[in-house]
Design a protein around this ligand. Structure first.
Ligand code: HAM
Length: 427
């Protein structure tokens, strides 16, 4: 009986693993150069960690279980609640600001579709303890630093930015009751993914008044910050607008302004966001969000922690990989980790010399392989090429004693070298 992988989950054969390692390598390197420290948590958490404040949508997507002790657990669907829990646990001993990153494997039981699976990897960067919008700018800058590092430009991607503070103030001014804000946010977050009629329908469940509803629709059709500024009356709304303007100013100063745009339609699906929110999309708007994040100033207090401001971002590997492939930015040849040396020989009697030389190279810290069967040189060269080896060393009795042939597999050039010269080759 053939057993396939579980729906929405992936096998990583060596080529797919190379791509995953390539993405993760850049996630880690960019985090480090932006000053983030790595952390991790467990794959299982108490179910309650998510039912408390992640929002209905993600709770419906949990893979949950009851363990033998009767404890209700869930596989982590996101990292932010784990981060909040870990920070609260050591709050008095952690130097601030806390600037951490992680690359967890997450599971969400959503309907698998292009760019959305049931198991994925998600890069998280978060800054805890900084109230100023400069921290939000740092998060967006670091996100863009990575996207540029893998070759994407402002022609390929756009960061759409808004503010939940601004949206709540504007909705309250229109007449949406404060206690309805959370469910209304959840509906507005789905607006671009729903047909207009279905959207109208679920919005009317929360806002029965037609005139309030049409004002909400007018608000959501606004496209610039200046237009919102004309409507804003409350002090809170004006403050939120000033904060957004400052954010755009810093992003310009950081040299990434050309990627960033105000978009009142960015609300975010998770319930804990309190201020600046953003999502990254492909510029052609063909794919689901590449990344999303924002400010969540109340989450730590919800876990009985202190009232510490926080902001961060999560980016999955799935949409990103689709986009990188579409743009021709994944060069498998270059990123696959092939051997440096393949040790071949011209006649079967030299096989033991090849074994000895490959082992000698490995002991000297270089990567090396050889053919396990004494086959013709042509077959060995083909195997070296299939394995993506950079150089082939050929042991040949015709060559002067103490020397071997070194063949560059990409150019085909070959020359005689001594063993010492082999080790002097750049690794
Ligand atoms: P999120 O918007 O739920 O936010 O997810 C962030 C990103 O994770 C998405 O934009 C997408 O790239 C990826 N993602 C989400 N679900 C899936 C899926 N089923 N398959 C593949 N990729 C997926 C959060 O998770 C927040 N905790 C991020 C955050 C960190 N906010 C502050 N700090």
């Amino acid at each position: 009986m053939k057993i396939p992988p579980v729906k929405g989950m992936r096998d990583f054969y060596p080529p797919e693993m190379s791509v995953r390692n390539y993405i993760m390598g850049h996630w880690k390197a960019v985090s480090q150069r932006n000053g983030f420290l790595e952390y991790d948590g467990p794959i299982l958490e108490y179910l309650q960690l998510y039912t408390l404040k992640s929002g209905q949508e993600i709770v419906e997507q949990l893979f949950s279980l009851t363990d033998r002790g009767g404890r209700e657990l869930a596989i982590r669907p996101e990292m932010t609640p784990t981060l909040a829990r870990m920070v609260c646990q050591r709050i008095n001993s952690l130097p601030r600001p806390i600037k951490w990153f992680s690359v967890p494997r997450l599971c969400r039981a959503e309907r698998p579709q292009k760019g959305r699976l049931r198991e994925f990897f998600q890069w998280n960067i978060d800054i805890i303890g900084v109230e100023d919008v400069v921290a939000d700018a740092e998060i967006i800058f670091c996100t863009l630093d990575f996207l540029q590092a893998v070759g994407l430009t402002a022609k390929d991607i756009v960061v759409r930015i808004s503010s939940r503070k601004l949206l709540s103030e504007a909705l309250i001014e229109i007449g949406v009751p404060a206690e309805r804000l959370d469910p209304v946010f959840a509906i507005l977050d789905k607006r671009s993914r729903l047909p207009q009629e279905a959207f109208e329908q679920i919005l009317s469940d929360q806002i029965p008044d037609q005139s309030i509803r049409s004002q909400v629709q007018t608000l959501m059709a606004i496209s610039t910050l200046d237009e919102v500024a004309l409507l804003a009356r409350s002090e809170g709304a004006c403050k939120a607008i000033a904060e957004l303007r400052r954010l755009f100013e810093i992003l310009h100063r950081m040299g990434v302004g050309q990627f960033c745009r105000f978009d009142i339609g960015i609300v975010r699906g998770l319930a804990y966001y309190t201020g600046i929110v953003f999502e990254v999309f492909d510029a052609d708007d063909q794919l689901r969000a590449i990344a999303g994040g924002g400010r969540y100033d109340n989450l730590l207090a919800m876990f009985d922690g202190p009232n510490l401001p926080a902001t961060g971002m999560g980016m999955g590997d799935c949409v990103l990989e689709i986009l990188l492939r579409d743009k021709g930015l994944i060069d498998l040849q270059r990123i696959q980790q092939g051997l440096e040396y393949y040790v071949a020989y011209t006649e079967p009697g030299l096989m033991d010399h090849a074994i000895g030389l490959a082992a000698w190279l490995r002991r000297a810290g270089r990567s090396a392989g050889f053919c396990y069967r004494p086959v013709a040189l042509g077959k060995q060269l083909k195997q070296a090429s299939d394995q993506g080896c950079r150089y082939c060393i050929i042991i040949d009795r015709q060559v002067e004693a103490g020397q071997v042939i070194l063949k560059d597999m990409s150019t085909g050039d070959q020359r005689s070298v001594t063993l010492d010269e082999l080790l002097r080759q750049p690794g």
